[in-house]
Design a protein. Structure first.
Length: 137
């Protein structure tokens, strides 16, 4: 799924592995805007004992303004790196969507422009998941 705008409702994007699946369910999300939903992206595994899981790769998307950005009840690590979560520091930080479950590193890439909230520093950029900048003189 790419270049879509998904807004409103209880769940924006849902990936499910149903009971009886004979393989993993997999989806790729790129360049989407997913917002203003109860849950932006939800992954459900109807039968955890069968070892088949839903999995997503989500990149270069805006995931913000949701109650929860991504909610995954699967044991598989979901790849949701290089997305905009509402702030440069990444999910779970003030003004960012949250993530629950097993989701990999979601920090903004180093060099992403940000605002550390300190007027005495700048220009600010993301460095290893932290918004920072040199002292202004």
């Amino acid at each position: 799924m790419s270049t879509n705008v998904v807004t409103g409702g209880n769940i924006g994007v849902l990936a499910v592995s149903f009971d009886g699946n004979t393989d993993n369910s997999f989806g790729t999300l790129t360049c989407n805007r997913i917002g203003n939903s109860g849950t932006g992206i939800q992954l459900l595994d109807q039968q955890p004992a069968d070892s088949f899981v839903p999995a997503i790769t989500a990149h270069n998307s805006t995931i913000q303004g949701n109650g929860v950005g991504i909610d995954s009840d699967t044991p598989a690590v979901q790849d949701a790196s290089a997305n905009w979560w509402g702030c440069a520091a990444g999910p779970g930080n003030p003004a960012c969507d949250t993530v629950t479950g097993n989701v990999g590193d979601m920090r903004s890439p180093d060099g992403t422009t940000c605002d550390d909230g300190n007027g005495c520093t700048g220009p600010d950029a993301c460095q290893v998941g932290v918004c920072t900048g040199p002292c202004r003189r």
